[in-house]
Write a protein that binds this ligand. Structure first.
Ligand SMILES: [Cu+2]
Length: 109
């Protein structure tokens, strides 16, 4: 019993070590890259590198309320624990769209 718990804890900490961060730049009213594929447990960081334009990252299908604006020099990050495709848009600029595809982490990698 105790051994299995420590194995689970070990696997959890390994998963954290392997988790990656991916940067999506927000510039000229675009998310770059527009589509990004990551592994379960990875984090996406959206960085607003505009000179003066604010934006946000709105997962409209999941969140009803529009999130706070991300001003130039600021960032927003989210860790994805579930598999799937998660489209998002910018509240003030609905033509700004992007998506995050979360795939299963390969075993033993
Ligand atoms: Cu925007």
């Amino acid at each position: 019993m105790r051994a299995s718990i420590s194995i689970i804890l070990l696997l959890c900490s390994l998963a954290e070590v392997n988790a990656k961060e991916h940067v999506v730049e927000i510039f000229k009213k675009q998310f770059t890259p527009t589509e990004i594929t990551i592994e379960q447990g990875d984090t996406v960081i959206w960085q607003n590198v505009e000179k003066r334009q604010y934006h946000n990252v709105w997962f409209k299908q999941q969140v009803k309320e529009e999130p706070d604006y991300i001003f130039p020099g600021e960032s927003y990050q989210r860790t994805f624990m579930e598999q799937g495709v998660f489209p998002y848009e910018c509240g003030p600029h609905p033509k700004m769209v992007g998506s995050v595809k979360v795939v299963l982490k390969p075993v033993g990698n």
